[in-house]
Design a protein around this ligand. Structure first.
Ligand SMILES: [Zn+2]
Length: 108
């Protein structure tokens, strides 16, 4: 059983890091049910007070550069990343998917 300390400063980042690893596995195996489970768990986490950090968007395919789940974004002309690991469009999409405002994109 994984011990999860909510008061640990990087708790949210570590949580989403784990989610990203699961997303990468779901992509490798093309397992859409596993991928959908990530959204269910993410939604539960938000309701328990775990914040969605920007890098949480790594569980989705990027709508800008097409980086697959688990992969960092790729610099594109007109869409430079700067200091962030992922395009802001991807972070925004992740937030909307987790909050249930838009459906989970397919394919993986
Ligand atoms: Zn991207």
């Amino acid at each position: 059983m994984m011990h999860f300390e909510l008061n640990e400063p990087r708790a949210a980042e570590r949580f989403w890091e784990g989610m990203r690893e699961i997303a990468a596995a779901a992509t490798r195996h093309q397992d859409y049910e596993l991928y959908a489970a990530i959204v269910t768990v993410g939604r539960a986490a938000l309701s328990q007070g775990i914040e969605l950090v920007p890098s949480g968007g790594l569980f989705l395919r990027c709508p800008v550069c097409s980086a697959v789940p688990g992969q960092r974004c790729i610099n594109l002309p007109g869409h430079l990343l700067g200091d962030s690991q992922l395009h802001s469009e991807r972070a925004v999409l992740a937030e909307r998917v987790i909050r249930g405002e838009v459906p989970l994109p397919v394919p993986l």
